[in-house]
Design a protein around this ligand. Sequence first.
Ligand code: SF4
Ligand code: FES
Length: 154
Amino acid sequence: MATRDYPADGITVHWDSIRCIHSRVCASALPTVFHPGERPWITPNAVRADELAATIDACPSGALRYTRTSAAAAAESNDVAEVEAPAVTVTPTPNGPLEVLGQITVVRSDGTVLRETKRSYLCRCGQSANKPFCDGSHSRAHFVDDGLGAFSGG
Ligand code: SF4
Ligand code: FES
């Protein structure tokens, strides 16, 4: 786990570099806050906490999380562990990883538990340096697959 904290007024942003699939959803939504390639790459005080929280909620991989630090919302966070997920679904995303929604445990071939999670993205392009998780390498590899598959049922 490589999580870094970025405190701001009323909110602390948490970013897990291992989970990030470099979709740039965050940077597209809030370019004044998220600057991939710069240090620090997150400057959370550039916008209001509510705006920041809404963008973090849209992070597809769960790499971004937050904790509210104001008195009024001290217990609020977007920790995906709190989300109810009664069933597991696995969806190939177009030109990208397998999206797995629902409680799963990812283990190595030697039985070591890598992650217990309710949302994860697993590499299907073969290029990730962090297998079995996606690390965004599919974009650099120009991986192309519409996610519809050739399976015809049965
Ligand atoms: S996975 Fe989340 S943190 Fe990583 S670039 Fe995409 S939106 Fe940002
Ligand atoms: S699918 Fe993202 S790195 Fe392979």
